[in-house]
Write a protein that binds this ligand. Structure first.
Ligand code: BTN
Length: 337
């Protein structure tokens, strides 16, 4: 644990702690404490400094804790998890696991971080990843079949995240193809799948989930798309370690089901929560926009688009989606976050 993290652990209760008290608790000078506070502030944490009282976090924080997450996993998930790494700060949990994959290590490696310096979103965009309130979680899984057999995996993963959200009481979330999770048309979570390996031979997939839980608005100014967070949607405090464990339970169970049965066990849940179904949409293709009516997804996860009396299939990664201008605001303008 870095010195800044040690100071953060002391501040996590949201109470005031004086410089001398923090110095005494850590065996360091007040100047060292002040420097640690600056390091923490640079990562995006809001810390008040009040003369005569000391330092306090704007809000108490439940820090991510590896042991607490492990202890909350289902027995089956505990067996499937080969390694669980919890970082305070990292470039990107996905990038980390892609490195692990290239070193040839196997399924069930998990990486979770308190914040990411260069969190990655779909289409090369940034995933804004401030510390203290959200979840940034990635999972590495090896498939015996090649990447071509993985059509639909990102949709199955979105359904798994929905299951975890339902478990903590959120029933209003919806899915937007290929794998955005929205509440009232505002983005709550995003999923990024990255592949290491060949299209035909065995391959490794990194599934990255970014979930807004308690998101500091000041850090999200650069995000153009409407977004929300789980605590606002639920109106209650969320225990992040419990939620991380629940996400892992559902993701690992879903990935194993997907490997055996493909998208079939997820199709009904997808259809129930599909925000695009039967709406007029516009697909932006490299060749130009296409308008049509969304008709759900096929067993490979392709979006079905009805136009000119025929049903077209569009695969994830090829297109982006937005509702036509005349549709309601539930819709997501852009694809950022
Ligand atoms: C999207 O653009 O909707 C996908 C966002 C995925 C973000 C997550 S956060 C954990 C993992 N690590 C990353 O760098 N990105 C994914």
């Amino acid at each position: 644990m870095s010195f800044a993290q040690t100071v953060l652990a002391l501040l996590a209760d949201g109470e005031f702690h004086s410089g001398p008290a923090l110095g005494q608790a850590t065996g360091r000078t007040r100047t060292a404490v002040w420097k640690a506070i600056q390091v923490l502030q640079k990562t995006g944490l809001e810390i008040y400094c009040v003369r005569g009282r000391g330092y306090r976090l704007a809000q108490p924080v439940e820090l991510l804790n590896r042991e607490r997450i492990l202890a909350t996993l289902d027995a089956g998930t505990q067996q499937a998890v080969q390694q669980l790494d919890v970082y305070h700060e990292i470039d990107s949990t996905n990038a980390r696991l892609l490195e692990v994959a290239r070193q040839g290590r196997g399924s069930g490696h998990i990486c979770i971080a308190e914040c990411q310096r260069v969190g990655r979103g779909r289409r090369g965009r940034q995933w804004v990843s401030p510390p203290g309130g959200n979840l940034y979680l990635s999972l590495l899984w090896r498939f015996h079949a090649g990447a071509t057999a993985l059509g639909g995996l990102s949709l199955a993963m979105a359904v798994a995240v929905m299951r975890a959200l339902r478990e903590i009481g959120l029933n209003s979330a919806q899915l937007k193809w290929p794998n955005d999770i929205l509440v009232d048309g505002q983005k709550l979570a995003g999923i990024l799948l990255e592949l290491a390996g060949e299209a035909t031979g065995p391959c490794a997939v990194v599934v990255g989930v970014g979930l807004n839980i308690r998101t500091p608005a000041a850090e999200m100014l650069a995000v153009e798309q409407p977004w929300t967070d789980l605590e606002s949607a639920l109106g209650k405090t969320v225990l992040r370690n419990e939620l991380a464990a629940s996400l892992l339970n559902h993701l690992l169970c879903a990935i194993a089901d997907f490997e055996r049965q493909g998208l079939a066990p997820f199709m009904a849940e997808w259809a129930q929560r599909d925000i695009l179904a039967d709406n007029e949409i516009t697909l932006d293709l490299p060749t130009g926009p296409l308008q049509g009516v969304a008709r759900g997804v096929d067993e490979n996860g392709a979006l079905l688009l009805a136009r000119n009396g025929e049903l077209q299939r569009h695969h994830s990664g090829e297109v982006s989606v937005r509702l036509s201008a005349k549709m309601d605001r539930s819709v997501v303008r852009g694809d950022e976050q």
